[in-house]
Design a protein around this ligand. Structure first.
Ligand SMILES: C[S@@+](CC[C@H](N)C(=O)[O-])C[C@H]1O[C@@H](n2cnc3c(N)ncnc32)[C@H](O)[C@@H]1O
Length: 243
């Protein structure tokens, strides 16, 4: 018995050494890299939220990336921008707090975590910032702290899975047909099981006219100039609700 206990303790130590420590170390490095390569910005549709973003004052905003060695972050830092779809959902939540009050929220494709922060500011019980890029999880934690908010992060690919949360936020994730083709059937299933689903989108390829027939438009916002420039001239962004 004693031998067995010692063996299982050793296995736990080994697991911690092999798995946990590198994860913690990487998160600390990413936190430092994010703080060094971003600026705090309120230059967006929800100035009541401060976000660490890659702005024109940051080196990384202007630096052409040519080789892997020159990359500060392994994956493209989508979390470093506050995308029009996310801005619109956050604005909608902050102006319609009844939609989110006391709800549990899944912020799918959370990037900077802005929509989760908005949901918590608007009175949500819990918000899960979900992004498959682990650096986005660190970014969401930094932005939550900056706004005095607590949220949960999750880096699993949740497409196709059942969902405990009552309200699902999908901010600017219809950037191509492939991902749209994966997400829409999943969202249809979740909607049938009673979930509320909000989509923020400025008119990306994936949100075709056919797919829009599944949705009701709730609001249209005019984008600030910086967001128009960063998003190839999109001037407006919509909030949609799954019917
Ligand atoms: C354009 S960004 C939008 C970020 C944020 N929602 C916003 O509006 O600012 C899209 C994000 O979706 C994430 N993403 C892509 N596929 C995903 C998946 N299967 N599960 C979770 N996140 C995903 C990307 O890593 C990226 O951060």
């Amino acid at each position: 018995m004693k031998a067995m206990l010692t063996k299982s303790r050793n296995i736990i130590h080994l697991w911690k050494a092999l798995y946990l420590q590198p994860t913690v170390t990487r998160s600390i490095k990413w936190k430092t890299d994010i703080l060094q390569n971003t600026k705090v910005s309120k230059d967006h549709l929800t100035p009541e939220i401060q976000l660490r973003l890659i702005t024109p004052e940051c080196d990384l905003f202007h630096r052409p990336i040519t080789t892997n060695q020159e990359k500060v972050f392994e994956n493209d830092p989508f979390w470093g921008f506050y995308w029009p779809g996310g801005q619109a959902i956050s604005r909608w939540l902050l102006d319609n707090k009844n939609v989110v009050r006391a709800k549990t929220v899944l912020d799918f494709g959370s990037g900077s975590g802005a929509c989760s922060v908005a949901a918590m500011m608007a009175g949500a019980k819990k918000a899960v910032a979900n992004d498959i890029d682990p650096v986005a999880a660190v970014s969401a934690e930094i932005n939550a702290e900056l706004n005095g908010i607590q949220l949960t992060t999750c880096t699993n690919n949740r497409i196709g899975e059942d969902c405990e949360e009552n309200l699902i936020l999908v901010g600017d994730v219809f950037y191509d047909d492939e991902i749209a083709g994966l997400i829409i059937p999943w969202l249809e299933k979740l909607r049938l099981s009673g979930k509320e689903i909000l989509i923020g989108d400025p008119g990306r390829h994936g949100l075709t006219v056919d797919r829009q027939k599944l949705l009701t438009k709730l609001a249209t916002y005019e984008l600030p100039e910086n967001a128009c420039i960063e998003n190839h001239g999109f001037k407006f962004v919509n909030v949609w609700r799954f019917k």
